[in-house]
Design a protein around this ligand. Sequence first.
Ligand code: PEP
Length: 246
Amino acid sequence: MAPLKLIVGNWKMNGLTADSRERAEKLAVAVKGRGNLPFQLILCPPATMVAATAEALRGSVIKCGGQDCHEQSCGAFTGDIAAVMLKDLGCTYVIVGHSERRQHHRETSLQVAAKAKAAHAAGLIAIICVGELDSERSAGQADSVIAGQLKDSIPDTATAENSVIAYEPVWAIGTGKTASSEDIRHMHALIRGKAGKLPILYGGSVKGSNAAEILHIPNVDGVLVGGASLKAEEFLAIAEASGEGK
Ligand code: PEP
């Protein structure tokens, strides 16, 4: 049987607890009792809504994840959240190295690797994000930028069971622009060569109307979805595209 496509919703800093609970419950009801789903849904709410979301997903096949974690397991780090705390709330996954963290919080690839390592130590699956800037792509540097980010962001504890790579070209995030199928095919093949069996997601303006094409490109093991994951119906339409054409 083909591995399940991973469909990850990154809710970023949106909504309040009631919205999270409602969306999670709606999705849980939509997949309940359906055998042989071709996808695994993963919801990554803002930190304050993780507990309510995990609670709403109790007994469901849908998993919960955090959007970031600190590289240490405890200590004097005001405002930060340890991986073990996310695990404690019922998370299975955590996103690390999202481009918005790299850009707004100056996170380096070496820090991202330390965060992924902390996630592994806490028993979480790390979704490690990489992606080139528009200027880097225009300068013909996309391949070398991604190769460098992969080299420094994947810790030595990473395995195909505890880590996922998300390729998210920065210029495609929240812009409505998606990478061409050829560019995705090329970059995912490059990442496969460097990351071995680790699942590889594509992210960047994925929506219901383009998901089927993207999800059927070789070496695309799923998608990381921002804006379109905020509506349960649209997110579900993306997930259902995993099974189209089979
Ligand atoms: C993201 O935030 O990881 C993302 C891919 O956002 P969007 O789908 O809105 O481009």
